[in-house]
Write a protein that binds this ligand. Structure first.
Ligand code: ZN
Length: 91
């Protein structure tokens, strides 16, 4: 069995891999001053805690949707259909 000729060793075969400065986060931060981001963040909190949702239960799937919308800033087009009103919120 014959082995193919290996190329001569090079000290720097390829340019270094550039990693993105910000890895995609599961919990993106809302953009300051953006009403849609703030709204999505409020609903994400409500869905995570169950505090403010219509049925009072948590909804992880909906919370992830809110994160997607925040990451989708400036929201053109919108990726999720958030409730129009702010979450109710109980003290
Ligand atoms: Zn935004």
């Amino acid at each position: 069995m014959s082995r193919p000729c290996l190329p001569a060793h090079r000290s720097c075969p390829e340019p270094p891999v550039e990693l993105p400065l910000r890895a995609p986060s599961l919990k993106p931060a809302p953009v300051e001053g953006c009403a849609v981001c703030a709204h999505a963040a409020a609903w994400r909190q409500a869905y995570r805690t169950g505090n403010g949702t219509a049925d009072g239960y948590t909804n992880r799937s909906a919370a992830v949707d809110c994160s997607l919308e925040i990451r989708n800033h400036p929201h053109e087009p919108r990726v999720t259909r958030l409730p129009v009103d702010a979450p109710a919120g109980r003290p």
